[in-house]
Design a protein around this ligand. Structure first.
Ligand SMILES: Cc1ncc(COP(=O)(O)O)c(C=O)c1O
Length: 435
């Protein structure tokens, strides 16, 4: 569509500089610590920056040990492997620790959360999403344990920086003797009330992971961490991440190794970012609040969170269109179509409009059970199996919360450097979409 010719958008100018979904925000201290690494020649996978960021993050999050790795994905892989080994023992070198095992996984998340289950030869069973925080549904998890009572591992992500219903999810896992891998990649700095104690995400599972990917709340340009209270787990992850060397005068290996350790240069960037974590969270919260107020008169709502039990880090602001205000739209595997209708809109139309004015939004994570690679994996909703729900002879087709949120929701530009004026222009563009 020729957006400039569309009379609905008359008078709106494109942004001169692109407004990003969530881009890195450097402050200056990063340069100091990177320079220090280079000046002192500590540019490899040992050094003061690594030691310091491990210490500072463990202190901030409130866990015993943090192990700095090359990516959140690496942390998730080693966390998943550690869980697999604890549950099922050491695997042969050519097999994963989860071979022949099912693992319950968040469904609406980035695939990096759950791909490590496949790296370890396990089979992900996807658990549907709830509507209160857009995370794993405790009801669906309970159903999953009814159907697959032998499962002992659950991978839970906190979407867009909003903590999930961890109290309920943990209670279900405890009752079944299942371990939790917590994916807090998007939620560093988000808080959750467990009983009467406020704790950080990244301390809520048996094995916990965060990410410093370029778009996260703070970044190292890349990087991730494994977080734990168990010394032996921290030691094991550090060993596995540096090629699993035994204590011998030569390279001696009794376990499969990985090259997953963080570089001291990247740790320097993170060291400069940590002092700004709380400031970034405040900026992201202000962005969320401004969208909430600015979009209040439209038939939409923001991504929800539980104010009594959690304080998100507001990494990404999202919105969802009410069902009655959805304009006709379809999504294929790679292409999409939509029609504009007065008083209505669709995520694809809004994302296209935002892009036409030089800003970046993003669809909601497409649920894993819809992904071609995982289409034959089981999917469990609050009503039981989410596969083959319809019946040619009976009306109705069962609830699928993830598909619904994916169909009606979108991520808004949430860059912490966005000015109120830029944000107001995005809010105005969204209003015009509904004209
Ligand atoms: C939910 C989630 N899990 C895992 C990851 C992977 O982290 P990384 O990019 O650091 O490997 C990301 C982000 O990239 C993420 O958003």
């Amino acid at each position: 569509m020729e957006w400039k010719k569309d009379p609905r958008f008359r008078g709106i100018e494109p942004f001169e500089d692109k407004v990003w979904l969530s881009s890195p925000t450097m402050h200056g201290e990063e340069q100091h610590w990177v320079d220090e690494a280079i000046r002192t020649n500590w540019v490899s996978t040992v050094g003061a920056n690594i030691n310091e960021v491990e210490k500072q993050i463990a202190e901030y999050v409130g866990c015993g040990y943090a192990v700095a790795l090359s990516a959140g994905t690496a942390a998730l892989h080693l966390a998943t492997k550690l869980a697999g080994e604890r549950l099922y023992g050491q695997a042969r070198p050519n097999a994963g620790t989860l071979a022949g095992r099912r693992v319950f996984c968040s469904d609406m998340t980035f695939d990096a959360s759950i791909n490590p289950v496949a790296y370890e030869d396990g089979e992900a069973v996807f658990i549907d999403t709830e509507r209160d925080t857009w995370n794993m549904s405790p009801e669906a998890l309970e159903q999953a344990f009814q159907i697959y009572p032998d499962v002992r591992l659950v991978v839970i992500a906190h979407l867009y920086g909003t903590p999930g219903k961890m109290e309920e999810l943990k209670a279900i896992c405890d009752a079944r003797g299942a371990l939790i891998v917590e994916d807090a990649a998007e939620s560093l700095g988000a808080k959750y009330r467990l009983g009467d104690r406020w704790v950080e995400t990244g301390t809520l599972g048996d094995y916990n992971c965060i990410s410093f990917n370029g778009n996260k709340i703070i970044t190292g340009s890349a990087g991730g961490m494994f977080l734990t209270d168990r010394r032996e787990d921290a030691d094991k992850v550090r060993k596995w991440s540096t090629q699993s060397r035994e204590n011998a005068p030569w390279y001696q290996h009794e376990e499969i190794g990985y090259n997953y350790r963080m570089s001291n240069v990247i740790a320097g960037v993170i060291r400069g970012q940590i002092p700004h974590l709380d400031e970034h969270i405040r900026q992201k919260k202000a962005i969320y609040e401004r969208y909430k107020a600015g979009l209040a008169d439209l038939p939409v709502s923001m991504n929800p969170w539980d104010a009594e039990r959690s304080e998100p880090n507001f990494w990404l602001s999202c919105m969802i269109i009410r069902p009655e205000a959805m304009a006709p739209t379809v999504r294929g595997e790679r292409e999409y179509l939509y029609r504009s209708e007065s008083g209505k809109s669709s995520p694809s139309e809004i994302l296209d409009a935002i892009a036409a004015f030089n800003a970046e939004g993003r669809p909601i994570w497409k649920p894993m059970h819809m992904q071609p690679i995982y289409r034959s994996n089981a999917f469990i909703t609050a009503e039981g199996s989410g596969r083959a729900r319809s019946n040619a002879y009976i009306a109705g087709d069962g609830a699928d919360v993830g598909v619904d949120i994916f169909s009606r929701g979108l991520c808004l530009p949430s860059d912490n450097k966005m000015t109120p004026e830029q944000q107001d222009r995005i809010i105005e563009i969204i209003h015009r979409c509904f004209r």
